[in-house]
Design a protein around this ligand. Structure first.
Ligand code: ASP
Length: 320
């Protein structure tokens, strides 16, 4: 009897200590100079509603014991199909006035990954990245080859005009006037999910940066920079000034601190984002560890972000 009581109290203590959850999902819709004073109520509501729809789509899959890969793909597809974010429809425009998109996905159980870059016609780049991971013997396909692969795998192909919106045409015009690459608003989307089997998946999708030239590719399709997942540590999805995220190998740097130093996901994210800032870069990350602990950290004014956990915890936030 005493032994049973001891075991009961020990398990109670353990569950409080680790705050474990069965499944969880965390999402971002880009970081940057996102200030309340520049945001109409209507815009704010539109962002919150879309984030909520996307989080719930993934969460509903996790709740039915679905896989974190299905959850991440479903969530990101909703954000890609929305004009609000810099991914899929509504992506930013290159200097040539077209949309060129990058995406990647990674699973934490076997470290398999898929990525595509510089695609102009694939309606949902995240689905193409997943197919690279699951149906090809490669990790990373680019440009026309990636598009032929997507066609071969029967993904939906659209004309480039489908992705272009007036808002992004205006941003390109302004960026050209200033001759700059960034307006300090990054609208990339990303998602990390933990399923009831303990598997973590991370995914990220973007149109890159406004006014980009020379087939520039950012951090998003680079495994270890924009996206990383490992069941032993965490899953991470980044958003921000891609060049700085590549140079700091951001997503893998966070995972490595957890693997080699036993850091928590929050302190690891903080340290890595400080390195990004020290070099002159800006942006943020979302992620979760194998116990469902969440990070949503950034060194900008704001980041569209939110999470939902199987213990009922649910949050969506925009500003600092
Ligand atoms: N990280 C992306 C890139 O550099 C931009 C973003 O996060 O919006 O391509």
């Amino acid at each position: 009897m005493r032994l049973l009581l001891l075991l009961f109290f020990l398990s109670l203590f353990y569950s409080c200590e680790t705050n474990e959850v069965e499944y969880a999902i965390v999402v971002h819709g880009g970081a940057g100079t996102i200030l309340k004073k520049n945001m109409s109520d209507e815009m704010e509501n539109a962002y919150i509603q879309k984030m909520e729809e996307a989080i719930n789509a993934g969460y509903n899959i996790l709740e039915k014991n679905g896989s974190s890969i299905d959850a991440v793909e479903a969530t990101i597809k909703i954000l890609e199909n929305s004009e609000l974010f810099n991914a899929g429809k509504g992506s930013v425009l290159s200097n040539a006035g077209i949309v060129e998109m990058d995406a990647s996905i990674m699973r934490g159980d076997n470290l398999n990954a898929g990525a595509i870059s510089g695609v102009t016609k694939i309606k949902n780049p995240i689905s193409a990245a997943r197919l690279v991971m699951e149906k090809s013997e490669h990790v990373f396909l680019s440009g026309k080859g990636a598009e032929s692969f997507a066609k071969y795998e029967n993904l939906e192909i659209v004309e480039n005009e489908y992705f272009i919106t007036q808002r992004r045409l205006n941003s390109l015009r302004n960026a050209k006037k200033r001759d700059s690459l960034t307006d300090n608003k990054f609208g990339t989307v990303g998602c990390v999910a933990l399923d009831s089997d303990g598997n973590i998946t991370s995914g990220t999708s973007t149109g890159g940066m406004t006014n980009k030239k020379w087939n520039r590719i950012g951090d998003v399709p680079i495994i270890g920079a924009g996206t990383y997942a490992n069941n032993k540590t965490c899953g991470i999805s980044s958003t921000g000034w891609g060049e700085y995220f590549i140079r700091n190998v951001v997503a893998y740097d966070i995972s490595s601190q957890m693997e080699y130093n036993n850091s928590s996901i929050q302190s690891a994210s903080k340290k890595t984002l400080k390195k990004v800032k020290d070099l002159g870069g800006s942006g943020g990350v979302v992620g979760l560890d194998s116990k469902g602990n969440i990070t949503m950290d950034f060194n900008t004014e704001g980041m569209y972000r939110g999470y939902k956990k199987s213990n009922g915890d649910f949050k969506i936030k925009i500003y600092k």
